[in-house]
Design a protein around this ligand. Structure first.
Ligand code: AMP
Length: 402
C-alpha cells in the first residue's frame, strides 16, 4: 500500500455522502453530499477542506449513482484529489446490514457482494443502495481495495439471550429473524472514545451509549463488547425516534390491519416515517420541539415526555444488563446538542450514581467532555460521534494489513 488517503462513501437510496481523509493525521481533505439522485433537482455540495474550504454547489439532474459518483470524482479532480490519484489507498463503504456473518470490516470481492445481496430481504431499503455505491466505485477504480464496514458488526457480540426474540426458533431461523442492531460504527467509536475520556482502556469500562439522532439507539457495552442494543431486526425497534415509533406491542400491527384496514405498506410507512416525534407533535427536530415546549405547547411537551420516558427505561434496563456502569455517553444530533434531553434523561437517578452538573451540561463544545459532577460514581459524558473517521480508520487498518 502506497497511499495514505481513504475515501468514505455512504450511499443511500437517493443520496451519496462522502469524505476524503488523510490517514496520516485523520484530517479531512474534502467532504460532500449528492442528494435527490434521480430527480430533476439533484444537488451536489462539495467542500474541499484541504484547499481553502470554499464550498461548491451544483444543481441539475443527476440520473443515478454512477452519474453521482462521476460528478464527485470530477469535483475531487479539480483540487488534485481525484480518484485516480496514487495517494488513494482504499475506498471504505458504509454497509447497513451485514447479518450474522460479517463481524469485521471486510475487503469486498464477489462473494462479499453476493452475501450483501442475500441480506436484502432484511434490509430492503439500505443494502441495495449500498451495493449500487460499491459497484459504481469498483467500476471507477477496479484496482483499488474496497472495504465494507457494517453497521451491524459491532453488535454481533450480543449473547443469544439478547439477540433472540422469544418466538418459535425454527421459524425465526428460517427467516433469519433476530436482533441485529444498527449504528454499530457509532456505538463502537463512542464507547472507545468514552473509555479514552476516562483515561482507561476499553476493556476496563462498561458504558451505556445513547446515540440520539434522527434515528436513535442505545447500547450496553461491557469491556469493549456490545452485549445489548435497542434496534432489532430493523432500525424500527427501541427508542422513540424522529419519525419511527420504536417499541410497541406487535399486536398494534394486527389491529391496524384488521380493524383499521391499513395495508402492510401503509403500516410500514406509518411506523417508520410518520411516527415517533413527528407523529406525536408534527415536528421531528428537537430544537423546534424544545422551542414549542418553552412556549407552553402541550403536544410538544407530551412528545418530549414520551421520548424521555422511553430513554430512561433503556438506561435502567442497560444498567441492569451491565450490573456495573462506569459511564453513560450521549452522542449524535440530539445527544450532542440538546442539554434538556440529557438533563431529563438522568434526573432523579442519583441513587444509581447518575447526575449532571447544570453548568457543564449547558456548556457548548465539539470535544468529548464530562457533564457529571466532580467525583460522580458514574461518569456522564457527551462524546461527538464520527462514523466517517471510524469507517476510514477501520478501512485503512485492514488494507494496511493485506
Ligand atoms: P443526526 O441524525 O445525528 O444528524 O441528528 C439530527 C437531529 O439532531 C435533528 O433532527 C435534531 O432533532 C437534532 N439536533 C441537531 N442540532 C440540535 C440542537 N442544537 N439542539 C437540539 N437538537 C438538535
Amino acid at each position: 500500500m502506497t497511499g495514505t488517503r481513504v475515501l468514505v462513501l455512504n450511499s443511500g437510496s437517493s443520496s451519496v455522502k462522502y469524505q476524503l481523509l488523510d490517514m496520516r493525521d485523520s484530517s479531512r481533505l474534502a467532504v460532500g453530499l449528492v442528494e435527490r439522485i434521480g430527480e430533476e433537482t439533484s444537488r451536489l455540495k462539495h467542500t474541499p477542506l484541504a484547499n481553502g474550504g470554499e464550498a461548491r454547489e451544483q444543481t441539475g439532474p443527476i440520473a443515478d449513482h454512477e452519474a453521482a459518483l462521476k460528478a464527485v470524482a470530477e469535483e475531487l479532480d479539480k483540487d488534485g484529489l481525484g480518484l485516480g490519484s496514487p495517494e488513494l489507498a482504499a475506498i471504505g463503504h458504509r454497509v447497513v446490514h451485514g447479518g450474522r456473518q460479517f463481524t469485521e470490516p471486510t475487503v469486498i470481492d464477489e462473494r462479499v457482494l453476493a452475501e450483501i445481496e442475500r441480506l436484502i430481504p432484511v434490509a430492503p431499503l439500505h443494502n441495495p443502495a449500498n451495493l449500487t455505491g460499491i459497484r459504481t466505485a469498483q467500476a471507477l477504480r477496479p484496482d483499488l481495495p474496497q472495504v465494507a464496514v457494517f453497521d451491524t458488526a459491532f453488535h454481533t457480540t450480543m449473547p443469544e439471550s439478547a439477540a433472540r426474540y422469544a418466538i418459535d426458533v425454527e421459524t425465526a431461523d428460517e427467516h433469519r429473524i433476530r436482533r441485529y442492531g444498527f449504528h454499530g460504527t457509532s456505538h463502537a467509536y463512542v464507547s472507545r472514545a468514552t473509555a479514552k475520556l476516562l483515561g482507561k482502556a476499553p476493556e476496563d469500562v462498561n458504558v451505556i451509549v445513547l446515540h440520539l439522532g434522527n434515528g436513535a439507539s442505545a447500547s450496553a457495552v461491557r469491556a469493549g463488547r456490545c452485549v445489548d442494543t435497542s434496534m432489532g431486526l430493523t432500525p424500527l425497534e427501541g427508542l422513540v425516534m424522529g419519525t419511527r415509533s420504536g417499541d410497541l406491542d406487535p399486536a398494534v400491527i394486527f389491529h391496524l390491519a384488521r380493524v383499521g384496514g391499513l395495508s402492510m405498506d401503509d403500516i410500514d410507512t406509518l411506523l417508520n416515517k410518520k411516527s415517533g416525534l413527528i407523529g406525536l407533535c408534527g415536528d421531528n427536530d428537537m430544537r423546534e420541539i424544545r422551542r414549542r415546549v418553552d412556549e407552553g405547547d402541550e403536544r410538544a411537551r407530551l412528545a418530549f415526555d414520551i421520548y424521555i420516558h422511553r430513554l430512561r427505561k433503556y438506561i435502567g434496563a442497560y444498567y441492569a444488563v451491565l450490573g456495573r456502569v462506569d459511564a453513560i455517553a450521549f452522542t449524535a444530533g440530539v445527544g450532542e446538542n440538546a442539554a434538556p434531553v440529557r438533563e431529563a434523561a438522568v434526573a432523579g437517578l442519583e441513587g444509581l450514581g447518575l447526575a449532571v452538573d447544570a453548568e457543564r451540561n449547558g456548556a457548548r463544545s465539539d470535544e468529548p467532555r464530562l457533564i457529571s459532577p466532580e467525583g460522580a460514581r458514574v461518569a456522564v459524558a457527551v462524546v461527538p460521534t464520527d462514523e466517517e473517521l471510524e469507517i476510514a480508520t477501520q478501512t485503512y487498518a485492514l488494507v494496511g494489513s493485506l
